[in-house]
Each structure stands twice: as structure tokens, then as C-alpha cells.
Ligand binder design. Structure first.
Ligand code: ADP
Ligand code: ZN
Ligand code: MG
Length: 473
């Protein structure tokens, strides 16, 4: 019997607000432990939460971008559990009335587009961090009260590849909206994956397990892959899947049992008495909708349509909003779209990948790339020379013209100078010249190579070709 996988994801996204969800403390990452805390977020008795309006705006923005219904009436709920990193003894979350419901995201894997339903998006507060050392445990509450969105999908995903494509699309949307930085390593985007298997063709749901602790796209695929195979093995061996929470161990490449259903928490949710229900006016939703940026899918379609770019180029250029904007600025300055794309997809992206920098952090700005392209177009430098100086332009921000002058890289287009050089090369290579004249025309490349070597790549290749053809005919 063949089995198919059924997957649903629960994603936590930390919001890029300046301050926490229920107090004025900073959300900055990486500060000294317990320097960004106050009586509210450390859970002193008698304090009261005040909802951060920006969190609500970000939730609505995200919901709209993911095609959700925005509830005009929603409520916060208390989710009870006691850990030292949550000193109140409960987390303020949302339960039966979340702010967003019933949306979807479309994903494409191997050319097939599928729709993944979003069950709900709700707002909640993050917990702090417990740090366990050899002889003691420490608690850092800087993260306690940092706003989170929890995004829950329908069990619509059918393979590990689809799960990672979904995560990538979701991350791209969050980053386009500038509501979350999407940094999985630092934990600002976290994913729990629920997975079950069932006989192919069946439409019943099997017993699921939940995998926690997945902190990269690669691990999403690997953990699910492992877990699906494990479940199939259990069933084939005549066993049963136990509903449980499992942890992904990236060292061993395996999932390990963490707690079973019997040990599962009973959170005893109840309406949060310290916050009034949240009523959202239609005008607020309309205002946010009107200000939504163009999203990755629309942008990609427009790039293909308006700039006549191949799908592949458009896909890569629109993965990040800042890259797409950089591209469009260069085009606005008069450069040919495909030409800009070629340089961005090769030299510029390579530099970004190697240094781990964002495009807005590098000194090369669109006008400087356009200047470089002008130098090629005007015949001042060759394309190859341009390739050699671009890395320096990127790392130093110096204009192309300056580097070209300083290094004496101006292309040699002076016909009489090149003719003299060609004469010299032909007289030094008379045998090859003879063979060329007898029909071995592929030797043209050899002569071009000789000229380039003699001029350190600076000879204008078009003119060199013309002269060689003329003199060899
Ligand atoms: P729980 O009560 O265990 O949290 P939920 O019904 O809230 O379960 O679902 C949590 C996540 O698990 C959702 O993303 C949902 O799509 C997914 N899910 C639910 N049932 C299954 C199943 N049988 N197989 C795979 N995923 C599932
Ligand atoms: Zn605080
Ligand atoms: Mg649930």
C-alpha cells in the first residue's frame, strides 16, 4: 500500500514593533539579560496590560495579505501554564475568537500551484528564556511580552517540499509587509509541523505527531521527511502512531519523542479579564488594506509582463522587496531590464550570499551600476573588464569611472593602434595564419586571444575581430 503525507504548520512570527505587546519595554534583540523589563512583563501582582495598537495593525496587515477575514470582534484569552520564563503563570493569547480567520496562501512546487488554507492568525505574547547551566538555571525576561503572531494552516500540505515552499512564501510575505524580519536562526520565525500519513486516496485524517524545534527551511524538509518515513515504517510493521510531541534533533537527523498525549497540557483557556474585547472598525481595515504593498506574486507577474523578464529572473528578483526595488530603480534610470537582472543575479547576489549582507547594506547603489553599464555601452570598457571591477565597486562604493581611470582599464578602440598590434601578432604566428587561410577558421579565437593577452583584456573585441577577419582574408 502507498501512503500520502498530511501536514499542517503552526508558525510563530515575532513582530517588528519597537515595544512589547502589553507594556512600553523595548523589543530589541541581544541586549544584556533582564535590561528590557518592567513590572508588567515580569508579572508583578496588580499590574494591568495595555494593548499595543501597532500589534493589532500588523496582525490585520498580515491577515489581509494572507487573504483572511478580519474579525470585527475578537478577544484575548488566558492560557495557563507555569514556567519560570512566564512569571505571570499564564500567557495572554487568543483562543476561540482570533483576529484573523479563513485565509490562504498559494505555493508552487515543480510547476504545480496549490492553495494552502490558513485556519487562523492570532496575537499573543512571547515567553522569556530559561538558560540551564551546570549548577544553576537562569531566566532572561527580555523576550517576555514580545509580540507574536501565531499562524495556523489547514492540513492541506502534502509533502516536505510543499512545507518548505510554504514557509518560504510566508516568510517573503512577512518581510514584504515589514512586520517580521523572518530570521529563523534568531528565532523570530519558528515553525512546529504536524504530520500524519494515510493510504493514498483516503480522505480521512490519520493520527498526527507534532514536531517542534525546527529552525531552518532545510530542517523543515529533513524533519518531515524523517517523520513520514518513521510513521510509514511503524504502520507497515503492524504498529500504531501515538499522538505525541516530538523534537527535531538536527545533530542526529532524527525526531525524538518529547511528550505524549497523556502528558499534554490542559491550558484551561478563559477570556482574559484584564483586557476588553477588541473591536475593529471597518475603516481601520480599509485604511490598512489601501496601504498594503505589492506582494511577491503580483510583483513577479508584473516583472514578467512589463520588463519581459524570464520567470526565473522575476522569481529571484521578487523574493525580497528591497532587491526588487533596487532592480526597478536601476531600470528607471534607463538601464535595460534584462541587463540589470543579469548583473544582479550573478555578481551582486554572489556578493550578498558570500557576505550575508542585505542589498541596502552595500555601498553600490543603482545609479552606480547604471554608470557601469553606460561605460560598456559607450565602448569605454569591455564587459569582461566590467566584471572584474564590479566587486571593488560593491565593496568600496567607488564609481566605475574612477576605478577604470586609476587602473588604466579604458578599452583600446583606436583602429590604427590595434592594426599595428594585429600585424605584429600575425607575423609572429605565420604558421597559424597560413592554416587559417587554408580554411581552419576556428583559429580566429586563437588570434583574438593573443590580442587580448597583449592588451591585458583591454582591446575592443568587436574591432579586433573586424581587423583580424580583414587581414586574414
Ligand atoms: P491540536 O489541538 O493538537 O493543536 P489542531 O486541530 O489545533 O490540533 O491543529 C494543529 C495543526 O495540526 C494545524 O496546522 C492542523 O492543520 C494540523 N493537523 C490537524 N490534524 C492533523 C492531522 N491528522 N494530520 C496532520 N496535520 C493535522
Ligand atoms: Zn515591560
Ligand atoms: Mg491547536
Amino acid at each position: 500500500m502507498n501512503y500520502e503525507a498530511v501536514i499542517g504548520l503552526e508558525i510563530h512570527a515575532q513582530l517588528l514593533t519597537e515595544t512589547k505587546i502589553f507594556c512600553g519595554c523595548s523589543t530589541r534583540f541581544g541586549s544584556e539579560p533582564n535590561t528590557q523589563t518592567c513590572p508588567v512583563c515580569i508579572g508583578m501582582p496588580g499590574v494591568l496590560p495595555v494593548l499595543n495598537r501597532r500589534v493589532v495593525e500588523f496582525a490585520i496587515k498580515t491577515g489581509l495579505a494572507m487573504n483572511c477575514r478580519i474579525s470585527s470582534y475578537s478577544r484575548f484569552a488566558r492560557k495557563n501554564y507555569f514556567y519560570p520564563d512566564l512569571p505571570k503563570g499564564y500567557q495572554i493569547s487568543q483562543y476561540e475568537l482570533p483576529i484573523c480567520e479563513k485565509g490562504y496562501i498559494d505555493i508552487t512546487v515543480d510547476g504545480t500551484t496549490r492553495r494552502v488554507g490558513i485556519t487562523r492568525i492570532h496575537m499573543e505574547e512571547d515567553a522569556g528564556k530559561n538558560i540551564h547551566e551546570k549548577d544553576c538555571s537562569l531566566v532572561d525576561l527580555n523576550r517576555a511580552g514580545v509580540p507574536l503572531l501565531e499562524i495556523v494552516t489547514e492540513p492541506d500540505i502534502r509533502s516536505p517540499q510543499e512545507a518548505s515552499a510554504f514557509m518560504k512564501k510566508l516568510r517573503a510575505i512577512l518581510r514584504y509587509l515589514r512586520v517580521c524580519d523572518g530570521n529563523m536562526e534568531q528565532g523570530s520565525l519558528r515553525c512546529d509541523a504536524n504530520v500524519s500519513i494515510r493510504p493514498e486516496g483516503s480522505d480521512e485524517l490519520g493520527t498526527k505527531t507534532e514536531i517542534k524545534n525546527i529552525n531552518s527551511f532545510r530542517f523543515v524538509e529533513k524533519a518531515l521527511d524523517y517523520e513520514i518515513k518513521r510513521q510509514i515504517r511503524v504502520i507497515r510493521d503492524g504498529g500504531e502512531i501515538v499522538q505525541e510531541t516530538r523534537l527535531w534533533n538536527s545533530e542526529t537527523g532524527k525526531t525524538e519523542s518529547m511528550r505524549s498525549k497523556e502528558e499534554a497540557h490542559d491550558y484551561r483557556y478563559f477570556p482574559e479579564p484584564d483586557l476588553v474585547p477588541l473591536e475593529i472598525k471597518r475603516e481601520m481595515v480599509e485604511e490598512i488594506k489601501a496601504a498594503l504593498p505589492e506582494l511577491p506574486d503580483e510583483k513577479k507577474a508584473r516583472f514578467v509582463r512589463d520588463y519581459k523578464l524570464p520567470e526565473y529572473d522575476a522569481e529571484i528578483l521578487t523574493e525580497e522587496r528591497s532587491i526588487a526595488e533596487w532592480f526597478e530603480e536601476a531600470v528607471r534610470l534607463g538601464a535595460r531590464p534584462k541587463e540589470v537582472s543579469n548583473w544582479m543575479l550573478t555578481e551582486i547576489m554572489r556578493y550578498l550570499n558570500e557576505t550575508g549582507k542585505e542589498i541596502e547594506e552595500i555601498d553600490l547603489r543603482p545609479p552606480q551600476l547604471v554608470e557601469l553599464l553606460e561605460l560598456i555601452k559607450g565602448g569605454t570598457i569591455s564587459r569582461n573588464i566590467a566584471k572584474t571591477i564590479l566587486p571593488e565597486m560593491i565593496s568600496t562604493g567607488r564609481p566605475a569611472e574612477e576605478i577604470v581611470r586609476e587602473k588604466g582599464l579604458v578599452q583600446i578602440s583606436d583602429t590604427s593602434e590595434l592594426e599595428a598590434l594585429v600585424d605584429e601578432i600575425l607575423s609572429k604566428n605565420q604558421k597559424e595564419a597560413q592554416r587559417y587561410r587554408e580554411g581552419e577558421t576556428k583559429l580566429l579565437g586563437f588570434f583574438v586571444g593573443q590580442v587580448m593577452k597583449a592588451t591585458k583584456g583591454k582591446a575592443n573585441p568587436k574591432i579586433v575581430n573586424e581587423i583580424l577577419r580583414k587581414k586574414l582574408s
